[in-house]
Ligand binder design. Structure first.
Ligand SMILES: C[S@@+](CC[C@H](N)C(=O)[O-])C[C@H]1O[C@@H](n2cnc3c(N)ncnc32)[C@H](O)[C@@H]1O
Length: 392
């Protein structure tokens, strides 16, 4: 077995952290077939499209090679929960936290146990609200649909569909009690909100970023499409619940994650410096979670994406906070970006050094996979994997 593992790029390597980290970076096992395929990981990793989502196979190998069954694995900037979901699938306890209500709702749906009959009741409740709800003319007195980033909200939907979307949005924002079942339904709605396939509620757009819509204005029933989506994801979610430990999701700043138990490993992929602005690339889904015109101006200042433009100090605070949550000897693994202008791995090093000893940092050139032949100084040219251990 050990002879074979020298050659086998997907066997868990033996050796200390430095050795395993070196092997991870040299072999890039997540690129091998079938892990390198676009849709590897199944429908749960695609519960809701998200700009900036980590490739699920990277999460799979980080969990498998650097944590143990039963470990508590935290991602404090979890996005849509790729890392904690992989942790959960592999018998670890996945804990995810993010500031974005969109991200947290999807992460919670992937991690927390839910009652399937509550899902059915919620869909029936939404159906009734749509049947009994006000006319569009009344709704748009209360909700501004004349703003947006690639065209106003109202240009994305046929009028009757827009009316249903506004009724459902209001129910989630103001009336429905929080519960994991609610997050399952909400994630499915978020996913179908826009796209270029028959499942989408919008006119033809893009499933990840809501580019300006095109094509005819056609009525698309919210409940019909929601039911189709749920039929696809519910069996997988129920199956996961029956075989794995459940986890937990929080809506919190990454420097203030409210966990009260020791964490064994923190694995995270922070926003890449100079990457696309998350709020404009996720804007329509953020609007659906309740953000209005004012939130798009005020909220971004709270996010590391914006804060790191004036320096890497936020990572010093993050490292301090992770040091407080991790068990002695716990691991802190970061997946970072390098552009022509900024090498995040180099600039983060002095910020985390007071609390963590970096045992290995490996660079992966991604120019072939990420730039699509475009020469752009803001584009990511490499990914870095930084493996650090908690100082006593
Ligand atoms: C690159 S994405 C992570 C993607 C994630 N690995 C996934 O697969 O979906 C970075 C995340 O950091 C979150 N974020 C930015 N600033 C934050 C903060 N101050 N506290 C918590 N999360 C934050 C963003 O909302 C975003 O979801």
């Amino acid at each position: 077995m050990s002879q074979l593992s020298i050659l086998d790029p997907i066997a868990v390597p033996s050796g200390d952290l430095t050795e395993r980290a070196r092997r991870f970076c040299d072999l890039a096992p997540y690129r091998n077939d079938p892990f390198g395929r676009r849709n590897w990981g199944g429908v749960l990793h695609s519960l809701c499209s998200y700009q900036g989502k980590l490739k699920p196979s990277i999460a799979k190998f980080l969990i498998e090679w650097f944590t143990n069954p039963g470990d508590r694995v935290l991602d404090p900037m979890a996005g849509v929960g790729t890392i904690p979901l992989e942790a959960r699938r592999q018998g670890r306890v996945g804990v995810g936290s993010d500031l974005s209500p969109l991200a947290v709702s999807v992460t919670r749906a992937k991690l927390e146990p839910f009652d399937p009959s509550e899902v059915a009741d919620l869909v029936a409740d939404l159906d009734k609200r749509i049947a009994d709800g006000p006319e569009l003319s009344e709704l748009i007195q209360m909700v501004d649909v004349d703003f947006g980033f690639n065209g106003p909200i109202r240009s994305y939907f046929q009028e009757d569909t827009l009316r249903e979307i506004l009724i459902v949005r209001q129910a989630f924002a103001d009336e429905l009690e929080p519960s994991p079942a609610r997050d399952v339904v909400f994630s499915s709605l978020l996913h179908i909100l826009h796209g270029n396939r028959p499942y989408a509620l919008s006119r033809r757009s893009h499933p990840v970023t809501p580019f300006a819509p095109s094509g005819p204005f056609e009525y698309r029933s919210v409940i019909e499409r929601l039911e189709t989506r749920l039929a696809r994801v519910l069996p997988e979610l129920e199956n996961l619940a029956s075989v794995s430990l459940h986890g937990e999701a929080f809506e919190a700043d990454c420097r203030e994650v409210p966990v009260s138990y020791p964490i064994d490993a923190v694995i995270t992929s922070p926003p890449f410096a100079k990457s696309l602005r998350f709020w404009s690339s996720n804007w329509l889904r953020l609007w659906f979670t309740g953000w209005d015109r004012h939130d798009f101006e005020a909220q971004p200042q709270r996010y590391i994406d914006v804060q790191q433009r004036s320096g890497m100090e936020p990572y010093r605070e993050l490292a301090r906070a992770m040091h407080a949550l991790l068990r002695p000897d716990g691991l802190f693994i970061l997946h970072l970006g390098e552009t022509a202008r900024v090498n995040m791995a180099a600039s983060i090093r002095p910020e985390i050094d007071p609390w963590f000893e970096i045992e290995y940092a490996g660079r992966e050139n991604v120019e072939d996979t990420e730039t699509h032949g475009l020469r752009d100084k803001g584009a990511t040219v490499a990914h870095w994997y930084v493996f650090a251990r908690r100082r006593p």
